[in-house]
Design a protein around this ligand. Sequence first.
Ligand SMILES: Nc1ncnc2c1ncn2[C@@H]1O[C@H](COP(=O)(O)OP(=O)(O)OP(=O)(O)O)[C@@H](O)[C@H]1O
Ligand SMILES: [Mg+2]
Length: 277
Amino acid sequence: MNDHRGTTERGALLSLDGLEVRYGGAIHALRGVRLEISDGEIVAVLGTNGAGKTTLLRALTGLLPAHKGHITGGTLTLAGTSLLGLDPADVVRRGIAQVMEGRRVFAELTVEENLRTGAFTRADKRAVAADFDRVYSLFPILAERRRATAGYLSGGEQQMVAIARALLAGPRLLILDEPSLGLAPAMVRRIRDNLTEINRQGTTVLLVEQNARMALSIADRGYVLETGRVVLDGPAATLLADPEVQRLYLGIGEREGVSIRELARQRRAEQQGVVSR
Ligand SMILES: Nc1ncnc2c1ncn2[C@@H]1O[C@H](COP(=O)(O)OP(=O)(O)OP(=O)(O)O)[C@@H](O)[C@H]1O
Ligand SMILES: [Mg+2]
């Protein structure tokens, strides 16, 4: 009772087991991935470039075929029902909405028109109106700028539009692909606080990030992906304290207090295969 997250008992909302993904037959991008997200959680997926993070999200959202990729094995369920073979609009109707890498807003449309596109699958006008109120109170700047052309907003504001648009689909599970990418530290903190609040209001969150510090600071649990495999998973606090995570992931994607030289050193170490397990 009185649980902000809307459930008294946490059941598995999303469940992946033995998931295999290939692109064009040759590239084996996910290799037996097992991952679970409970209702009400924030779960972080970490990993360096090419680890398979975006591929994992494409598998969830039905977007793999658009990239000549396909699931070649394993199971994928939302609240016990398989998501395999669904197209992207069906996935949205089932309750998963995504904020894509690189915050794709419709640059020519106004903020409000952008948000409206997020609700395209929904017939319940009253629920959509309530969600407009919700996102405008989450992001007051978007309420102020609702008639502004989205393409003229700052990068951070565009990211807010992308998140708000996904919320207008009324998702149970919100997934975000590197929302902090390219944003200044103050804006990263704002987005992070927005995600905490969105989760507190009852939306489960799957957060893909290279910025491990940001992601683990708000996540309940995390998974580390390397070359298509989960190499580490556990509570966020445990991952934050893990020496290997600290050495290889804390700092990468971080824009505060890490010198370029240190980043270069870490990248070299990675390229030399120090990461492999
Ligand atoms: N459309 C595609 N066709 C062929 N190979 C692909 C395609 N998309 C991704 N890959 C390959 O699959 C692997 C995983 O890529 P993916 O984009 O999922 O990684 P990522 O963890 O999201 O990386 P980044 O941090 O750079 O976004 C990489 O080896 C990549 O080159
Ligand atoms: Mg990616």
